[in-house]
Design a protein around this ligand. Structure first.
Ligand SMILES: Nc1ncnc2c1ncn2[C@@H]1O[C@H](COP(=O)(O)OP(=O)(O)OP(=O)(O)O)[C@@H](O)[C@H]1O
Ligand SMILES: [Mg+2]
Length: 259
């Protein structure tokens, strides 16, 4: 199950510092949305507001709404832990738990939610999650070995398996390939294209080719200068954004004339 997200008039603060200003956008279900823009424009900050990970930073807060299928994730009676279960996250650097086995890594998120999962159910979930992350064939004979023994690209797919094992509806990925070699990067990109059948996916990337290859829609963020807030400059179908953006700043960034 995959869901749409509607962001309206979102301002994002770290204490008194307005880091991202006045973002409104729709994120379509079962598609890939890419966030691009220069360093410091607030891509990661904005991404973290989509699963309420922003507010774990002391002093961090938002104004505005982030609605999933019409329900505001910041509503008074919404449990942030439940939000993070529905909206999973994969980070820039693969971060498997080093002392845990491959299978326990896959189950780590699930065990927080369901302590009594049976051995048979756990084994089945490990297999379906690793298959979903395109990693099963490579690790099926060493599930009890430590996750840290895998290559970087395999570790990132392990983290994706861990994220999808809790059956989220949305998957947020913050530069998931930036620590990977080109072959592993292509493996993750293929995987993203498959995952979008089941999930709403949002990916932050500095790689224009990657945004063009994997995403259906692209959002360009920019910043007017140090200390100024980041803003959403434009968002459109990826083909349109790369072929004929409306804003000159977008064109300059995409064609590498930025800065
Ligand atoms: N924990 C924090 N506390 C205070 N300010 C922060 C924090 N994290 C980020 N910022 C600030 O918020 C602004 C946006 O940062 P953010 O990391 O979201 O940018 P980004 O677009 O993801 O950049 P990059 O491409 O380098 O990852 C920056 O000015 C940054 O210094
Ligand atoms: Mg970032």
């Amino acid at each position: 199950m995959s869901q749409r997200i509607d962001v309206k008039d979102l301002n994002i603060y770290y204490g008194d510092f307005l880091a991202v200003q006045d973002v409104s956008m729709a994120i379509e279900p079962q598609s890939v949305t890419a966030f691009i823009g220069p360093s410091g424009c607030g891509k990661s900050t904005f991404l973290r507001t989509l699963n309420r990970m922003h507010e774990v930073i002391p002093g961090a807060r938002v104004e505005g709404t982030v609605a999933m299928e019409g329900v505001d994730l910041y509503g008074d009676d919404v449990d942030p832990v439940a939000v993070r279960r529905q909206v999973g996250m994969v980070f820039q650097r693969p971060n498997p738990f080093p002392t845990m086995s491959i299978e326990e890594n896959v189950l780590a998120g699930v065990r927080l939610v369901n302590k009594r999962i049976s051995k048979a159910d756990a084994a089945e979930l490990v297999e379906t999650s690793l298959r979903g992350a395109n990693l099963w064939e490579e690790v099926k004979d060493r599930l009890a070995k430590p996750g840290s023994g895998l290559s970087g690209g395999q570790q990132q797919r392990l983290c994706i398996a861990r994220a999808i094992a809790v059956k989220p509806q949305v998957l947020l990925m913050d530069e998931p390939c930036s620590a990977l070699d080109p072959i592993s990067t292509l493996a993750i990109e293929d995987l993203i294209s498959e995952l979008k059948r089941d999930f709403t996916i949002v990916i932050v990337t500095h790689n224009m080719q990657q945004a063009a290859r994997v995403s259906d829609r692209t959002a360009f963020f920019n910043i007017a200068g140090t200390g100024k807030p980041g803003r959403l400059i434009e968002m459109d179908e990826t083909g349109v954004m790369f072929a004929s953006p409306t804003e000159k700043a977008t064109e300059d960034y995409i064609s590498g004339r930025f800065g």
